[in-house]
Design a protein around this ligand. Structure first.
Ligand code: GLN
Ligand code: ZN
Length: 769
């Protein structure tokens, strides 16, 4: 095929769409079902309506080939487990009794049975349910969901392409089932899994699917030669089947690297590549392997994970280059649109200047359609769109919001010394001990205390104008008094104010920083029925005035114990927001760091002797390729040090991280140059403490002794046992006693009892000879 005919055939497509609906109808229906207020039929109808309206939206926007099967009541990886019959033994009875209830039991657990574990979907903020597999796993094909959703789309007269998690990615995302040896490798089940995929593909073919998409984002991560061989084998087998639809293998979230030649050679019919940001390197790599002669290339030129408008001219240039490299070039977003909010036009409070720069899922599908038209018919067919696009991009580039001279001058003037404390850790720790006068094994918490219904109501009342600011602040103070008085009574050593004024640990700061924009409806699925509204780092960041000082100072005025100031760190601010795509992440991080540095310094000036800067996202933001780690860790740790580097030696800097796998970033944690770190450890029986010790981590640390993810109250004996375990790895002079994480999702009764037991455990060990 010539480049011209490849262009003429260009089609617009997407891999997936937000599931929740305009008003989060899905969340309401599913949660209603759990509470028994919505029947199974009503839930199904809601789901069907949402799917239909999504497909209509896509098709009206000019998407030629719509995805099917991407919808989910909870999670698409759990759907895949159901599709291949990988139901854990402990859930079998529930699934056999009622498929829908069994499905939710796997997702959420029941009174007696634990759910599947949940973890992050690559480096996004979406969480999937981890498949549990073992040597005895038997796969069986259950294509019902895929087939029926495909037929629904077909019934609307649309061209649909079922989207499945690919077999390799499915196995690479799995873990050994409970009771199976920890070194069991799910990938060894590939030969058992492939026939099941072949059967499902045949069923979809029989239902009328011309193309089926198999998602293999795992292939953008570092893969061993054995894993690449498995990929080659999988697609040789599936491609070799006779009774099959055409296979589109989709990669996203980065560049394919060594997996590109493997897939290019495989007997599949199409390949989808991410061509945004640093994945743009896929283009040269594709040229280097000689392109995809005879195959379909789906070009992910519209960023599916961020909310900025596309640069049409740049995308068209990329698409033009690709034309010579494949038989047919289609236009898509870089990944499923699941990771962006639904519709930017729903935002009425955003400055119209900024609104022009935003594209959510709905706007992105329009962009994809425009680009496909421009590619297929020539740019004259999209003249008006090009003019509008160019003007919007120019407005963004020239805006005073994206270029604040004062911020730019300040970031440019940053020196190495700014990102360094005035004394090394070993010296300042003496000064801190003298100032704080804490007992050995000091006790503290991670910051938040239960966010009660009364607090949420107060916030809603403030928004709804039912109470004024003064009334709201009085309620917050009341809460702080209660939190303080409990901590004093319980005998904690370093107290917190409890964060009652914060709706969310990122949004609270975003709302107060210039350059940040919050959305009203920008919901994105985090897991199951939990949705978050990440704020947008839209422009240069500055802090017009202190953000937390008066609350911390108020709390400090109520007690003689040190009250810990509490901030969200720069890396986490970026990780849980939509970031700028018009400057390096490192530059944005530096701006946020300087704004937070002012807050840290103001806290210190107000008399705060302990300041915690939370960085739970440090580990999860590691790029998928290890070749990119050093670069990331350099700016990430520098921005933390820039935030905290301006304080006196006797001011103690804490940091906090959640999640348990730290082995590979202990050096980076040390590079933060914090004085104390608290980490999640209760469930893993202090594994983290052992890992820190194994890497020679030299600083004070508080591995959590209270699992805050469950309402269970740990007994004093349990907490004591965990502390003794911790002491095997970390000496008493450096061990802190704290829960795993913040307490905002807990209720008061269990929080009280658990913290009292935790303090009792610390005292019990202190009293030992
Ligand atoms: N300070 C925050 C809290 O206690 C930390 C939360 C987190 O790390 N996720 O809620
Ligand atoms: Zn945490």
């Amino acid at each position: 095929m010539t480049a011209q005919s490849a262009a003429a055939a260009a089609r617009a497509t997407v891999y997936g769409y937000p599931r929740q609906g305009q008003n989060r109808e899905l969340k309401k229906a599913v949660e209603g079902y759990w509470k028994g207020r919505v029947g199974a039929d009503a839930l199904r109808t809601t789901a069907e309506d949402l799917r239909r309206s999504n497909w209509r939206q896509l098709s009206d926007a000019g998407i030629h080939e719509v995805p099917s099967g991407d919808f989910s009541y909870y999670d698409h990886v759990l759907d895949t487990s159901v599709m291949v019959g990988a139901v854990p033994e402990r859930h079998r009875a529930a699934v056999d009794a009622d498929a829908l209830d069994g499905y939710f039991a796997m997702a959420r657990g029941t009174q007696d049975v634990a759910p599947l574990e949940m973890t992050k979907w690559f480096d996004t903020n979406y969480h999937y349910l981890v498949p549990e597999l073992g040597p005895d796993t038997v796969f069986t094909a259950d294509p019902a969901k895929q087939v029926s959703e495909f037929k629904e789309a077909l019934a609307l007269g649309l061209t649909a392409r079922p989207v499945l998690v690919g077999p390799l990615t499915y196995l690479l995302l799995a873990k050994p089932a409970p009771g199976v040896a920890a070194d069991f490798e799910p990938l060894t089940l590939l030969d058992r899994l492939l026939p099941v995929y072949a059967e499902i593909l045949a069923d979809l073919r029989a239902a009328g699917a011309e193309w089926v998409q198999l998602d293999e984002p795992s292939l953008v991560q570092d893969r061993t030669p054995a894993e690449l061989n498995a990929a080659a084998r999988a697609y040789r087998d599936l491609g070799g089947e006779t009774d099959r639809p055409k296979l589109l293998v989709a990669s996203y979230f980065g560049r394919l690297g060594d997996a590109l030649p493997v897939l290019a050679k495989a007997p599949i019919d199409g390949l989808a590549l991410d061509l945004t940001g640093s994945a743009a390197g896929n283009l040269d790599a594709l040229a280097a392997v000689g392109g995809l002669p005879g195959k379909r290339l789906v070009a992910g030129v519209v960023d599916g994970r961020n909310i900025w408008i596309n640069d049409y001219e740049k995308s068209l240039a990329t698409l033009g280059t690709l034309l010579g490299l494949a038989d047919r070039v289609d236009v898509a977003a870089s990944c499923s649109l699941l990771h962006v909010p639904l519709d930017a036009t729903a935002e009425r409070d955003i400055d119209p200047e900024i609104s022009r720069w935003l594209a959510f899922a709905r706007q992105k599908t329009e962009e994809i359609a425009v680009l496909a038209r421009g590619l297929g018919q020539g740019t004259y067919a999209i003249t008006a769109e090009l003019i509008t696009n160019r003007a919007a991009l120019a407005s963004r580039a020239g805006s005073a919001l994206t270029r604040d001279p004062a911020v730019r001058a300040r970031t440019a003037a940053v020196t190495d010394a700014d990102a360094r404390r005035s004394q090394p850790y070993t010296e300042r720790t003496t000064a801190q001990r003298a100032r704080l006068g804490l007992p050995p094994l000091p006790t503290t918490t991670i910051g938040s205390f239960p966010q009660t219904d009364e607090l949420r109501t107060a916030r809603a009342d403030l928004r709804g104008g039912r109470i004024d600011t003064a009334g709201y602040e009085e309620r917050i103070k009341e809460e702080i008094r209660e939190v303080l008085s409990f901590q004093e009574k319980a005998g904690l050593d370093v107290l917190v104010h409890g964060e009652p004024e914060r709706n969310d640990m990122v949004q609270y700061f975003a709302e107060q920083l210039t350059g940040y924009v919050a959305t009203n409806h920008g919901w994105v699925q985090s897991y199951g029925t939990r949705y978050v509204r990440p704020p947008v780092l839209a422009g240069d960041i500055s802090r017009p005035e202190p953000m937390t000082v008066r609350w911390t100072s108020y709390a400090q005025s109520l007690t003689d114990h040190p009250v810990k100031g509490m901030l969200t760190g720069p890396v986490t601010m970026l990780a849980w927001s939509f970031v700028r795509d018009d400057q390096p992440l490192a530059d944005t991080a530096r701006q946020v760091a300087l704004a937070l540095r002012d807050e840290v310094n103001d806290l210190e000036a107000a008399g705060t002797s302990v300041i915690q800067v939370d960085e739970p996202a440090l580990r999860e933001t590691l790029p998928p390729r290890s070749a990119d780690h050093a670069d990331y860790l350099a700016w990430a740790t520098e921005s933390f040090r820039l935030t905290t580097g301006g304080v006196r030696p006797d001011t103690q800097i804490h940091t906090h991280m959640c999640y348990a796998e730290f082995g590979d970033i202990v050096q980076a944690i040390d590079d933060l140059d914090a004085d104390v770190i608290s980490l999640e450890a209760a469930r893993s029986h202090m594994q983290v403490a052992r890992e820190l010790a194994a890497h020679g981590y030299p600083r004070e640390a508080g591995p959590g002794v209270y699992d805050i993810h469950s309402p269970r109250v740990p007994s004093t004996e349990e907490a004591t046992a965990l502390l003794l375990k911790g002491l095997e790895a970390i000496p008493a002079e450096r061990l802190w006693v704290n829960p795993d994480c913040g307490l905002k999702t807990r209720g008061w009764p269990e929080t009280r009892a658990s913290l009292e037991n935790m303090v009792a455990a610390a005292r019990e060990i202190r009293s030992r000879p």
